[in-house]
Design a protein around this ligand. Sequence first.
Ligand SMILES: Nc1ncnc2c1ncn2[C@@H]1O[C@H](COP(=O)(O)OP(=O)(O)O)[C@@H](O)[C@H]1O
Ligand SMILES: [Mg+2]
Length: 47
Amino acid sequence: MKIISIFNNKGGVGKTTYLFHIAHLLERAGKTVLLETRSRKQYLECY
Ligand SMILES: Nc1ncnc2c1ncn2[C@@H]1O[C@H](COP(=O)(O)OP(=O)(O)O)[C@@H](O)[C@H]1O
Ligand SMILES: [Mg+2]
């Protein structure tokens, strides 16, 4: 299992968007992906 972390203290810089697109590409490459966000603003469910 590999863990990829995307970290930046600043909000609204594209962390969640980047995370989602990386996950999508990994799934297309045949990987199983678990997404998690530690943000207090949980925007992942928007995707
Ligand atoms: N590469 C980009 N170009 C234009 N807008 C972007 C890009 N990446 C993110 N955004 C927009 O910026 C806003 C914040 O992105 P988000 O991924 O939620 O940031 P974070 O998770 O760092 O708070 C969203 O409205 C998103 O659609
Ligand atoms: Mg976010």
